[in-house]
Design a protein around this ligand. Structure first.
Ligand SMILES: [Fe+2]
Ligand SMILES: [Fe+2]
Length: 215
C-alpha cells in the first residue's frame, strides 16, 4: 500500500489530457469502442471512494488505471489483433504486456536523471523525496492487473492481499467494461449477462470485498 504525502498531485488539465491520450494509445491498437480507459478510471474512482480509501487514493487510481494496458504497444499485431482464440504460445507473448507496461512506467528515469526530474515544474517527484507515487501506482497496476484473487492469474501468480488493492479494483472495472463492450471476438453483453459472468468469478478472479462494493 502506498503512503500518500499531503496534497498529492497538482495535475493540471493538460497533464490529465496527456494521461488519457496515453492510455488510448494502448487501446487504439486493439479496441474500437473508445473511451474504455476513461470509463475504467471513473469506475475505479467510485469503487475506491466506496472502499473508504480517501480522496488521494481515489484520484490516483482514476488517473493511473487508464494506463493498465499500455504494455500492449509492445505486442505484435499478428497476436494482438487476432480475432480467433490465441494458441498457448501466443498467450505467452500476450501476457508479456504486463511486464512491458510496468517497465515503461517504472521510476528509474527519475532516479537516473534527477536533473530532468528537477526541471519539470510542479513534478510530483518534488513532494515525495524522489518517489513518484503516480508512476509507482501506474507501474503496479500495469504489472498486476491480471493477477487473480486465488493465485491463478499472471504474470507472478500473486494471490489475496499480496495483489495491490489498486489492481484488485482495476480488475473488476476492466472486466466489467470489457464484457459490456463489443470486441472483435465478442458482442457487447447486456448488464444481466455481464453481472452473471462476473458473479461466478468472485473469490477466484475478484476480491470478494471489492466486488461487494462494485455491486
Ligand atoms: Fe491487460
Ligand atoms: Fe482494459
Amino acid at each position: 500500500m502506498f503512503k500518500f504525502p499531503g496534497p498529492l498531485l497538482a495535475l493540471n488539465a493538460s497533464r490529465l489530457d496527456l494521461i488519457w491520450r496515453l492510455g488510448r494509445v494502448a487501446e487504439s491498437r486493439d479496441e474500437q469502442t473508445g473511451n474504455h480507459v476513461v470509463r475504467v478510471g471513473s469506475y475505479c474512482r467510485v469503487m475506491a471512494e466506496a472502499l473508504g480509501m480517501g480522496r488521494d487514493f481515489a484520484d490516483m487510481i482514476c488517473f493511473t488505471s487508464p494506463l493498465h494496458d499500455i504494455g500492449k504497444v509492445g505486442i505484435p499485431d499478428d497476436i494482438l489483433l487476432q480475432p480467433r482464440a490465441l494458441t498457448p504460445q501466443e498467450w505467452d507473448v500476450m501476457r508479456r504486456h504486463c511486464v512491458i507496461g510496468a517497465d515503461i512506467l517504472r521510476q528509474d528515469v527519475w532516479r537516473v536523471s534527477p536533473m530532468l526530474a528537477a526541471s519539470l515544474v510542479g513534478s510530483p517527484d518534488r513532494n515525495t523525496g524522489g518517489e513518484n507515487p503516480f508512476l509507482a501506482m501506474a507501474s503496479s497496476i500495469a504489472l498486476t492487473h491480471h493477477e487473480w484473487w486465488d493465485g491463478s492469474g499472471y504474470p507472478q501468480g500473486l494471490s489475496g492481499e499480496s495483489i495491490p488493492l489498486e489492481s484488485r479494483i482495476v480488475a473488476v472495472a476492466d472486466v466489467y467494461d470489457a464484457l459490456h463492450s463489443a470486441r472483435p471476438y465478442k458482442p457487447a453483453f447486456p448488464e444481466c449477462t455481464v453481472l452473471g459472468i462476473m458473479k461466478e468469478k468472485v473469490g477466484s478472479h475478484f476480491d470478494p470485498d471489492v466486488y461487494r462494493v462494485f455491486e
